[in-house]
Design a protein around this ligand. Structure first.
Ligand code: NAD
Ligand code: IPM
Ligand code: MN
Length: 347
């Protein structure tokens, strides 16, 4: 029997609840499809930081390298540890160290879920660059606290980095409905974004079967609300993709529905699967976190591990639960009730 070894990092806040919920579903799917999932639970989190002074051990990345995949809940507890410490100590270094350059975030309405828009028939795949750009961390502050203070945060876009994410986007578009939206702000940012547009045009020649349209990020934000059904694959830089995917979550009914896969396409290191949302301190410990985003991310993990049928089964069970009205309204159904409905649908 195949066994997939998974590093579980529940993290902070609702991270633990949604990982527990999703893990129960994934284990059931594994049992039904004749493979095993071996979990190693790593307590890396803000609580871990308060105990040890670090978000993960010094050899954390080396530890993770040995797993088939990483399944993460959420990181951040800003009341006690600044986000600039927690996220740069755990989530962001994993994406970078394992060259998980493609962050895949699907946005569509599950059956029974009422989104805030009139549009229902949208199916968007956001492809977010995940290792460089505005998240490069280059910069600093001078004359701190004085009237002359200056803070600089430099966005770094490399030819290698831009080309590989655009190619990834083109390939996804080719495998779907053949449309690629490339998002920049090249009317205002004349170095990085003009470079991105040039690379998009250069690659478009190679992918003549894909219809590529450049959009400015502001116009794309409006389009995702006004005409989401006109979009197929949307490729964007790290920060733009971050913002657009919370917007994507909103149009699919809320952050509790938005899944995400941090993929290392070369498979030279493990990929990481996590919901789009964070630790939700405002509802942590209330038992009302929606686990669907994490279960969906888990299905993406099974797919990545080659367990296609199990992944499809998990999505069928999620859709059966929401079609039956469970988990469709944020805050109404409890985490346990949603998980139980998905498990029941799985059989
Ligand atoms: P958030 O996504 O945690 O919460 C935003 C809003 O969405 C909140 O009102 C929350 O209650 C709601 N929400 C989120 N997930 C939900 C779910 N599954 N079910 C129901 N409602 C849900 O964003 P935030 O408040 O900006 O961030 C909180 C902390 O999480 C911060 O420390 C932030 O840096 C961190 N964060 C981490 C990740 C990650 O680990 N990938 C992602 C985003 C934010
Ligand atoms: C996400 C999150 C992270 C990001 C934060 C917590 C650093 O918002 O995964 O969308 O911006 O990538
Ligand atoms: Mn985000």
């Amino acid at each position: 029997m195949t066994t997939h070894s998974i590093a579980l990092i529940p993290g902070d806040g609702i991270g633990t609840a949604v990982i527990d919920a999703a893990w129960a579903v994934l284990e059931r799917a594994a049992a039904r499809h004749g493979f095993a999932l071996a979990a190693t639970r790593l307590p890396w989190s803000c609580a871990f930081y308060r105990e040890t002074g670090a978000m993960m051990p010094a050899d954390g990345i080396e530890t993770l390298r040995g797993f088939d995949a990483i399944f993460l809940g959420a990181v951040g507890w800003p009341a006690e540890v600044p986000d600039s410490v927690s996220l740069h100590g755990l989530l962001l270094p994993i994406r970078k160290a394992f060259t998980q350059y493609a962050n895949i975030r699907p946005h569509r309405l599950l059956p029974g879920v009422e989104g805030p828009l009139r549009a229902e028939g949208f199916d968007i795949l956001c492809i977010r660059e995940n290792t460089e750009g505005e998240y490069s961390g280059a910069g600093g502050r001078v004359h701190v606290g004085t009237p002359d203070e200056v803070a600089v945060e430099t966005a770094i876009f490399t030819r290698r980095g831009v080309e590989r994410i655009l190619r990834f986007g083109f390939e996804q578009a080719r495998a779907r409905r053949g449309k690629l939206a490339s998002v920049t702000k090249s009317n205002a940012q004349k170095h990085t974004m003009v470079f991105w547009d040039e690379m998009t045009r250069a690659l478009a020649a190679e992918y003549a079967d894909v219809e590529v349209t450049p959009y400015h990020i502001d116009a794309m934000a409006a389009r995702m609300v006004m005409a989401p059904e006109t979009l197929d694959v949307v490729v964007a830089s790290n920060l733009f993709g971050d913002i657009l995917t919370d917007l994507g979550a909103a149009i699919q009914g809320g952050l509790g529905f938005a899944a995400s896969a941090n993929i290392n396409p070369d498979r030279s290191a493990p990929s990481m699967f996590e919901p789009v949302h964070g630790s939700a301190p405002d509802i942590a410990h209330l038992g009302i976190a929606n686990p669907i985003a994490t279960i969906w991310s888990g299905a993406m993990m099974l797919e990545h591990l080659g367990e296609r049928e199990a992944a499809a089964d998990v999505m069928r069970a999620v859709e059966a639960a929401t079609a039956g009205g469970v988990g469709t309204r944020p805050g109404r159904d409890r985490t346990d009730a949603i998980t139980a409905a998905v498990l029941a649908a799985l059989g």
